[in-house]
Design a protein around this ligand. Structure first.
Ligand code: ZN
Length: 460
């Protein structure tokens, strides 16, 4: 009896085992598919030509401007050309902000006014075209500034010279620290009665190019003071002077916000063959007003188009719906990303993954993973497939701004991590132009995104 009971499961197990052996699907050749994706993109990519069309043909495409609408029409056409289905636009409310003209001049003692290259920060109110003159109050950082009394700050022009930490190897990390001055300084200075605020541009370069970027007014601010940024060399000069003598600044700007309007996210899909769950591949279509936005984020836009093209060209039979989203208004509000996530929440549509490219069109080095540890470990197991393509860094845990609002819906997020050593030299400046993008590096980024999307589609 005991023996028989022992033998029956063994026989059954044997039958089950041999059955599962004969009916099992052959193991999918992921490495072979990786190579197909890579070969197709490296041989036949349209990404570089598309980038030229977008950033040279249309140029700066700041949200709320007619150029942004041109970019939308261009993107719809490109999605159609590359075989995208269900092409549509999604309404997004964006602020109407205009830079107008801006000037910053500096003087010491009885000297004459000298012009400093400067850019108003996005969203900043201006001086109404009148001269605003005041004494410079230099503050090294916010901690030092917060110790000052209101009477020390009142009617001054506060100047923060918080520099990039050159010793940090990943410039994105130091950007997060230095970049927060752009965001926090205006309200901090306004609360203590300052007239205006000037910040050092968050850059790894040693030049005098001003970088713009978005800023923020606390709703409780009594005065929305003008906020501008200056280049690294001017910032160091200004600090040096302000430490030893009285320095006056004269600011004259006409920037300001006049309400809001509707812009559009542009969306296309390859419908899933087995499931309606969605994988998002995204980038932002808008750029700063003073920039071609070739790396930020023209590169991301054309990589998204290229991922669509390669899947259609290879006739890839995707399980899940792969959705390509070009977001509006990332640069000065992220309302494109917020609106997309709000609509996903409303529809209850299941999203299993979102990946963004918004860190420049440089050689890919990795993919950041903003997701729970269990899921991150699943991706770690795919590393050997990516290694031959130079993609090895899966340690970062951030994601892009446009897809970040999906985090509230527990969607696993990722972002392409290119080599960013040169990115912050040109980020948000007039120097972010087509000639700074290398065709091959741009294509390798598209390869990595397509391979990642393929793996998620196959395995999740
Ligand atoms: Zn960007």
């Amino acid at each position: 009896m005991t023996k028989l009971l022992y033998i029956i499961p063994l026989i059954m197990g044997g039958i089950l085992f041999s059955q599962s052996k004969t009916t099992a699907k052959p193991r999918t050749d992921h490495a072979g598919q990786f190579k197909k994706i890579s070969d197709e993109i490296l041989l036949n990519s349209n990404a570089y030509d598309n980038l030229r069309e977008l950033v040279k043909g249309i140029g700066p495409r700041f949200s709320s401007t007619p150029a942004y609408d041109k970019a939308v029409a261009w993107a719809e056409r490109k999605f159609a050309e590359n075989g995208g289905e269900n092409i549509r636009k999604e309404d997004v409310k964006v602020p109407i902000w205009r830079r107008g003209r801006e000037s910053v001049q500096m003087k010491t003692g009885n000297g004459s006014w000298k012009t400093i290259p400067a850019l108003a920060l996005g969203g900043s109110e201006g001086t109404g075209g009148k001269d605003l003159t005041g004494e410079v109050l230099f503050a090294k950082d916010l901690a030092e500034f917060n110790k000052l009394q209101n009477r020390d700050v009142k009617d001054k022009i506060v100047f923060f010279n918080f520099a990039f930490d050159q010793t940090v190897i990943n410039p994105a990390e130091t950007y997060l620290v230095a970049g927060k001055y752009r965001w926090s300084a205006p309200s901090a200075a306004s609360r203590k009665g300052a007239k205006a605020v000037i910040t050092r541009s968050p850059t790894s370069a040693f030049d005098d190019v001003p970088h713009t970027g978005s800023m923020y007014y606390d709703p409780l601010d009594k005065n929305k003071i003008p906020a501008l940024s200056i280049g690294a060399l001017s910032a160091d000069k200004l600090e040096e002077l302000a430490k030893k003598e009285k320095v006056m600044l004269k600011i004259n700007t006409t920037s300001g916000t006049t309400g809001d309007m509707i812009n559009h996210n542009v969306i296309a899909e390859i419908p899933g063959k087995k499931s309606k769950s969605v994988i998002v591949v995204g980038a932002h279509l808008d750029s700063w007003d003073i920039s071609e936005g070739a790396h930020d984020n023209g590169a991301g836009v054309v990589q998204v188009l290229e991922v669509l093209r390669v899947f259609k060209k290879l006739d890839y039979q995707n399980n899940h719906t792969i959705r390509f989203v070009l977001f509006a208004n990332e640069e000065n509000g992220v309302s494109g990303g917020e609106t997309y996530a709000a609509n996903v929440k409303k529809s209850g549509e299941r999203h299993i993954f979102a990946i963004e490219s918004d860190a420049g069109g440089y050689s890919p080095r990795g993919i950041s993973l903003d997701m729970i540890p269990q899921r991150r470990r699943l991706v770690f197991a795919w590393k050997p497939l990516f290694l031959p393509y130079g993609v090895y860094d899966f340690t970062q845990e951030t994601s892009g701004q446009d897809i970040a609002p999906l985090k509230k819906l527990a969607v696993p997020l990722a972002e392409l991590v290119p080599d960013m050593q040169r990115y912050f030299d040109i980020h948000h400046t007039s120097l972010d132009t087509f000639d700074k993008v290398n065709r091959r590096e741009l294509n390798l980024g598209a390869v990595a995104i397509a391979q990642m999307v393929y793996m998620v589609d196959q395995n999740w």
